[in-house]
Design a protein around this ligand. Structure first.
Ligand SMILES: Nc1ncnc2c1ncn2[C@@H]1O[C@H](COP(=O)(O)OP(=O)(O)OP(=O)(O)O)[C@@H](O)[C@H]1O
Length: 272
């Protein structure tokens, strides 16, 4: 569908070895907030089973790029998007795409855990119910349990599914509940915007383990300000700078010999 990109950095050995077809292909994506251009000709592929980390200095466009994938900007006034995002052979901005159906392919995890003010059970069941993923009550119970087990939270909450609110949990537990909630609609892709940015190191380690497990059957895109975290969990790393995707490399390549000078300086900690 596309001309091959000329920049080999976007076709890393990971992809070549897997001989895989990307789940998502982003091509020449530009985004404007009114007159302000926040993304400039961004192109990359996302593959099943990988963790792709977005890194870069504050304000370089990481969140903007992440939100494009599930069309989270649709309701932001003054936003204009150019370029293409192809998922399953279809441009996600085509009129044929139903935005709510498209969004269901994604699970979203925010920096600050944001469970609903509802029971633990309802936090997980709600999305599955409104999207028709599970229809009857018995199946829902099994589904809620499976999502909580997958998020490594079941043992800690199984006796309080209905009498504790999501807000009664610790920060790390709340974030795992939000991951269970994100899983409840059976997404293909998990989008995580600094998911460990507001929790302690022990809780962070649990969530990192979880992300690695979840990448077995989801593509995961994570924004992180922690270079250590990107090194620990990412398969590939995308370096953004002033709205441009300057380099996309295998994680070891990015940290050991980034090609682009700003990327090299950033991962070395020369600026932030
Ligand atoms: N809703 C908005 N309206 C106007 N400008 C915005 C909006 N959201 C983001 N921006 C601007 O777009 C640019 C990119 O922002 P974005 O949040 O994508 O960066 P980021 O790399 O995720 O930053 P951070 O690491 O600080 O979260 C910034 O200059 C930001 O001020």
């Amino acid at each position: 569908m596309f001309d091959q990109l000329t920049d080999p950095a976007l076709y890393t050995p990971t992809a070549i070895y897997r001989n895989a077809v990307p789940i998502i292909s982003v091509r020449n994506l530009s985004l404007y907030y009114g007159a302000k251009q926040a993304l400039r000709n961004v192109s990359f592929d996302l593959y099943a089973g990988e963790i792709l980390a977005f890194i870069g200095p504050s304000g370089c466009g990481k969140s903007t790029a992440l939100k494009c994938l599930n069309r989270m900007h649709d309701d932001t006034p003054g936003v204009r998007v150019e370029g293409e995002i192809i998922m399953h052979g279809e441009n996600i901005y085509s009129p044929k795409i139903d935005p709510p159906v498209h969004r269901r392919r994604f699970g979203w995890v925010a920096q600050k855990p944001n469970p609903f003010a509802a029971s633990i059970y309802e936090n997980v069941a709600y999305g599955a119910r409104i999207h028709g993923v599970v229809r009857n009550r018995r199946d829902m119970q099994a589904h809620v349990e499976a999502c909580l087990r997958r998020a490594h939270l079941w043992d800690e909450v199984k006796d309080h599914l209905h009498d504790k609110s999501g807000h009664d949990l610790s920060g790390g537990q709340q974030q795992r509940l939000c991951i269970a909630r994100a899983l409840s609609t059976k997404p293909e892709v998990l989008l995580m915007d600094e998911p460990t940015g507001s929790i302690d190191p022990v809780a962070t380690a649990k969530i990192e383990d979880l992300m690695l497990e979840l990448s077995d059957d989801h593509a995961v895109v994570i924004i992180t300000h922690s270079m250590m975290q990107a090194r620990r969990i990412a398969d590939r790393v995308a370096y953004f700078h002033l709205g441009e995707l300057r380099e996309l490399s295998l994680t070891a390549d990015m940290f050991e010999h980034a090609q682009e000078s700003d990327a090299r300086a950033f991962v070395a900690g020369d600026f932030g």
